[in-house]
Design a protein around this ligand. Structure first.
Ligand SMILES: [Zn+2]
Length: 265
């Protein structure tokens, strides 16, 4: 039998291989999420997990680390997004795909409901998350205080493009104090909160590929030159991860792990 450590490493290699076209910053972010997910799974028990919306960004792939530990995974988004996500799932056991119209049947079903980078755009999504979980919520938002934020804002000012990136939405929900206040006002008990994903690379929102396209330069076709997952992982892990005292400036995201207080529903 393959040890847990070995199978986790295999999964990391696979995710690096499959998602390398998203850029090294994104691969790095996925590796950081994997480590957080494994840490949380070691401290808390999650048998059923739902990732609610935001799947056009994550493709639901980060859940493979929880699935590997035996959790049942469900992914919920618009039907069109789920069609794309289905094509990206590369493991033999598929998750359960749920469309929003079937969510009512799933109330209080999941041990954990999580979302990546949507709450700052749609705070009302939290209501659905609370209804669906009977235990825990995990919420990530892009960190407004990252040193790349001014570059992102200047990019949109210069090119006058409406922002479609995850790094948008209410500023008050993109820093720890503001998001903490919001979650507490929603009667959630905060168990853990922290910065995550803190490489030297700034979070500028747009990719170099997108910048080239915007200014009319030629770009290579995606996926034309794939390298091995191990090689991608080695490259990503060479990146510096900043320590606590510098994380506010370097983190691309912050997260809150909360308990749903059922008495207040
Ligand atoms: Zn943008």
């Amino acid at each position: 039998m393959v040890s847990n450590e070995q199978s986790t490493l295999n999964l990391k290699e696979q995710i690096c291989y499959q998602t390398q076209g998203e850029g090294i910053g994104s691969v790095y972010e996925r590796l950081q999420l994997a480590d957080l997910f494994l840490k949380l799974a070691g401290e808390f028990s999650f048998k059923s997990i739902l990732e609610l919306q935001g799947l056009e960004i994550t493709k639901g792939l980060d859940n493979i680390f929880w699935q590997n530990l035996g959790a049942e995974i469900s992914l919920c988004d618009a039907p069109g997004v789920l069609e794309i996500v289905k094509k990206c799932w590369f493991l033999p056991d598929p998750p359960e795909y749920v469309t929003s119209s079937h969510l009512a049947e799933k109330e209080r079903t999941f041990d954990l409901v999580w979302n990546f980078a949507q709450i700052q755009q749609k705070p009302e999504l939290l209501e659905d998350m609370k209804k669906l979980s009977h235990k825990y919520l995990l919420i990530f938002v892009p960190n407004y205080f990252n040193w790349g934020t001014p570059f992102h804002e200047i990019y949109h000012l210069i090119f006058r493009k409406p922002c479609q990136h995850a790094e948008r939405g209410f500023k008050r929900l993109r820093h720890r104090a503001g998001l903490r206040k919001f979650l507490q006002s929603q009667k959630l008990k905060i168990i853990k909160e922290d910065y995550i994903d803190a490489p030297l690379l700034p979070d500028i929102g747009f990719s170099i590929r997108e910048l080239k396209q915007t200014i009319g330069l030629k770009v290579k076709e995606l996926g034309s030159e794939k390298i091995s997952g191990l090689h991608v992982m080695e490259k990503a892990l060479k990146m510096i991860n900043f320590e606590k005292n510098k994380m506010m400036l370097f983190s691309h995201h912050l997260y809150f792990f909360c308990e749903v207080n059922l008495e207040n529903h």
